[in-house]
Design a protein around this ligand. Structure first.
Ligand SMILES: [Zn+2]
Length: 107
């Protein structure tokens, strides 16, 4: 499935882009500290949101890279846990998954 690889590579580039922007945003904040308290409080809140988004994007990027590595090995369509094939519909919905539906579901 070459399309899935292309899709994952696109996703990877997008995530790297996004992470760059989050980091740039956080660096900007380390500017002058002569703002009033209210403004600083709002910025701290924004930083929490950005931290959250950054962690989320990092997790997703890790998954995408992992899935790409599995595809490179020729095992991209096989569940990592039970080695059964992952259904094409599932791969289409979640291109970065490396688990079949049964193994992905918490018991
Ligand atoms: Zn499985």
């Amino acid at each position: 499935m070459a399309d899935r690889k292309v899709e994952l590579e696109g996703l990877r580039d997008e995530l790297i882009d996004r992470l760059d922007r989050y980091r740039a945003h956080k660096e900007q904040r380390n500017g002058p500290l002569d703002k009033d308290m209210e403004e600083q409080a709002i910025e701290v809140q924004n930083d929490d949101v950005v931290d959250f988004l950054e962690n989320e994007a990092e997790d997703e990027l890790r998954q995408v890279m992992h899935a790409l590595a599995r595809i490179e090995e020729g095992r991209g369509e096989v569940c990592e846990v039970c080695e059964e094939p992952i259904s094409p519909a599932r791969l289409e919905a979640l291109p970065f998954t490396t688990l079949c539906r049964e193994c992905a579901e918490p018991r």
